[in-house]
Structures are given as structure tokens and as C-alpha cells.
Design a protein around this ligand. Structure first.
Ligand code: UT7
Length: 336
């Protein structure tokens, strides 16, 4: 009997050209390169410029992913785009990407699970492909944070962390009994109890008579807010927990994993998690130094960089783990 698996067949990423260093931010707010590096690991990030949109970033990442999989846009059966910074409140970003790909009726949807969004997307794509519903699903993580953060001293605790970027993968059916490549296990979780610990309150359809007004904006409640220490504590508990759960469900040991890709929220979180699990530093990839926190895009960008550097050779076992607003968290283990 053939087992139908879903494998990651191609990867791609794109970040804007414009580099914004910690020193650049020192000119906008009361912060320092030293504080930012010590607390988070971020050295610089990319911001969109001119009329660059989320769909532009997503398109470039998708084109690379399709090329590396040897596919054309028309080969895609479905598009899932994870984002917390959609191009428009509705219909989101994926519809603009679909149009830019020249596709006429390929189903697409935005998926909202914040920093865990890409792993929620992979979990969904895995189920869609394994069930036989689709053969090829594009999963994109895409964020433009630079237009939605408070670049003054008041917003510094959040603003210095984030950057813009997009990463994409093609998830494809694999029915070859001689090819072990595939997504082996996915675990996702959520805890709405803490939704307000890291959130963007406005615009809100619960706010009357209109979703946002001058008063709300004067209070800066249209910028993201976070209880940093609270989020940090939950991240360092949930990430090892879900990672162990996922590996154990796949009957794998920590030592079996070749590469660990953690969400790039904070280098200290990832060092702490790796330390708790006794994972050697060389098995953990990071790019937060160069791109900051790109939320749903962080893990697919890491993955595409690993592929570009030749690290995803056949047989490589990769474990991806994220935690973010919602709270949402998850882990996916895949063989290449
Ligand atoms: O991606 C989704 C998940 N997100 C996360 O997992 C993020 C989790 N949290 C964190 O990474 C950390 O909590 C932060 C990096 C956000 C903050 O680090 P922290 O060590 O928890 O700092 P803190 O918020 O406790 O602030 C310490 C001090 C405060 O000053 P006082 O009250 O001690 O005088 C802040 O006002 O640092 C101050 N501060 C800053 N100083 C310079 C806050 N932001 C800045 C800044 N530059 N950008």
C-alpha cells in the first residue's frame, strides 16, 4: 500500500532592499544599539520603501519557491498565506498574490495565527495534501510591519523588534515509497485567554460607531502592544513543550533532528529553549540579527536561506517551532 505524504518541494524568500540598523532607530527614539542587541539579538531589519506592498514580497518569495520546485503558478491547487499585517483588512493579501501570479480561480485564503501562522499553514497544507484534496499547496508567510509600528520612544519596546519580509514553500504530494521526504508530524495549539497580552486593538469591528477614531489614534491604540516579559515566559515554556510533543508523536528523538528552526522573536528566547533541550548551538539557525522578527515570515525565510546554503540535502530532518500572539504556538517536523 502506498502512503501519501506531503513534502516540502521548494522554498523561496524575499526581503526589501532597505536596511534599517539599530543606529538608524536611535535617531527616531530613545533607544540604543546595545539595548536592542542585548535584549533581542536584532542588529538590523528590512523595511519596505516606495510603493512596495506585501503582495510584492510574497510574489518574489513564491516565484523562487516555484522555481526551486520546478513548477509554474498554474501547477498550484491552493494558496495559503499567513500574515498579521494583511495588505487590506479584506480580502487580505493572498488574493492580490493570486492575481499577480496570473491565476484565475485558484482558491486562496489568508490565515491568521500571527507568529505561528506559517506552521498553522503547513499543518493545513499537510492535511489538504494527505487527504487527496490537493496535490500542491503554496504556503506563504508575509509581513509588512514597518507601516504599523510606533517609531517613537513610546512604541520602542515593540517597534525595534520587527521587520518586513516574506518566505514561501510549495507542499506537494509524495507517493514514492523510495522517497522518505515528507512532513512527519504537526502540532498546533492556542490559548485565547492571553489574546490581549500581545495584540493590535484597533481598528476593531466591535468599536462603535466606527472601527477607529481620532481618540483611539491619539491614545496610540492602533499600534501593537505587548507585555514583553509575560510573553517571553510563556514562549520559553510552550516552545520546548510542543517541540517534545511533536518529536515524540513522530517517534523521533531530539538527537535525530539535524536543524532546528525557531521563530525569530528574540535570540534570548531561542538560546534559552535550546539550552533547556540541550540542543547544540550549531543545529539552530537564526537570522533575527539581519531581519528582526518577521512574524509569520521568519521560519519560511530561515528555511529558504538554509536551502540556498545547501543545508537541506535529501534526508535532512528539520524541526520548526514557533510561539506568538493569540497565544498561538506549534511545531512541525519534516524530512527533506
Ligand atoms: O513574536 C511574538 C512573540 N514575541 C515575543 O516572544 C517577545 C517576548 N518578549 C521579549 O522578547 C522581551 O520581553 C523584550 C525584548 C520585548 C523586552 O525585553 P525585556 O528584557 O523584557 O525588557 P522590559 O520590557 O522589561 O524593559 C526593560 C527596560 C524598561 O525600562 P525600565 O522600566 O527598567 O526603566 C523599558 O522601558 O527597558 C526599557 N526599554 C527600552 N530601552 C531602550 C524597552 N524598550 C526599549 C528600547 N530601547 N527599545
Amino acid at each position: 500500500m502506498t502512503t501519501r505524504r506531503a513534502r516540502i518541494a521548494g522554498t523561496g524568500f524575499h526581503v526589501p532592499e532597505r536596511v534599517v540598523t539599530n543606529h538608524d532607530l536611535e535617531a527616531l527614539m530613545d533607544t540604543s544599539d546595545e539595548w536592542i542587541q542585548q535584549r533581542s539579538g536584532v542588529v538590523e531589519r528590512r523595511y519596505c520603501s516606495g510603493d512596495e506592498t506585501p503582495a510584492d514580497l510574497a510574489l518574489r518569495a513564491t516565484e523562487q519557491a516555484l522555481e526551486s520546485a520546478g513548477l509554474e503558478p498554474r501547477d498550484l491547487d491552493c494558496i495559503l498565506l499567513a500574515t498579521l499585517s494583511s495588505q487590506h483588512e479584506f480580502p487580505g493579501t493572498s488574493f492580490f498574490l493570486q492575481k499577480r501570479l496570473g491565476l484565475e480561480d485558484t482558491p486562496c485564503m489568508d490565515l491568521r495565527a500571527q507568529c505561528s501562522g506559517f506552521l498553522y499553514g503547513l499543518t493545513t497544507a499537510n492535511a489538504l495534501v494527505r487527504s487527496g484534496q490537493y496535490n500542491r499547496v503554496l504556503v506563504v508567510g508575509c509581513e509588512v510591519h514597518s507601516t504599523g509600528i510606533d517609531l517613537t520612544t513610546e512604541g520602542r519596546d515593540v517597534a525595534v523588534l520587527f521587520g518586513d519580509g516574506a518566505g514561501a514553500v510549495v507542499v506537494e504530494a509524495n507517493e514514492d515509497p523510495d522517497d522518505a521526504a515528507g512532513i512527519l508530524e504537526c502540532r498546533i495549539h492556542a490559548q485565547g485567554e492571553f489574546a490581549e497580552k500581545l495584540w493590535l486593538e484597533f481598528p476593531s469591528s466591535g468599536h462603535k460607531p466606527v472601527r477607529i477614531d481620532a481618540e483611539v489614534m491619539a491614545q496610540k491604540r492602533h499600534f501593537p502592544r505587548m507585555e514583553g516579559r509575560f510573553v517571553f515566559k510563556h514562549a520559553v515554556t510552550r516552545m520546548p513543550e510542543v517541540l517534545r510533543q511533536t518529536l515524540s508523536s513522530a517517534s523521533l528523538k531530539l538527537e535525530d533532528v539535524d536543524l532546528f528552526l525557531f521563530h525569530q522573536a528574540n535570540l534570548r528566547i531561542n538560546e534559552y529553549v535550546a539550552g533547556q533541550l540541550e540542543i547544540p548551538a550549531e543545529k539552530c539557525l537564526s537570522n533575527i540579527q539581519r531581519y528582526g522578527n518577521c512574524s509569520a515570515a521568519s521560519i519560511p525565510i530561515l528555511l529558504a536561506e538554509a536551502a540556498a546554503e545547501g543545508q537541506l540535502t535529501p534526508g535532512t530532518l528539520v524541526c520548526m517551532t514557533a510561539f506568538g500572539s493569540g497565544f498561538s504556538w506549534g511545531s512541525v517536523v519534516a524530512r527533506f
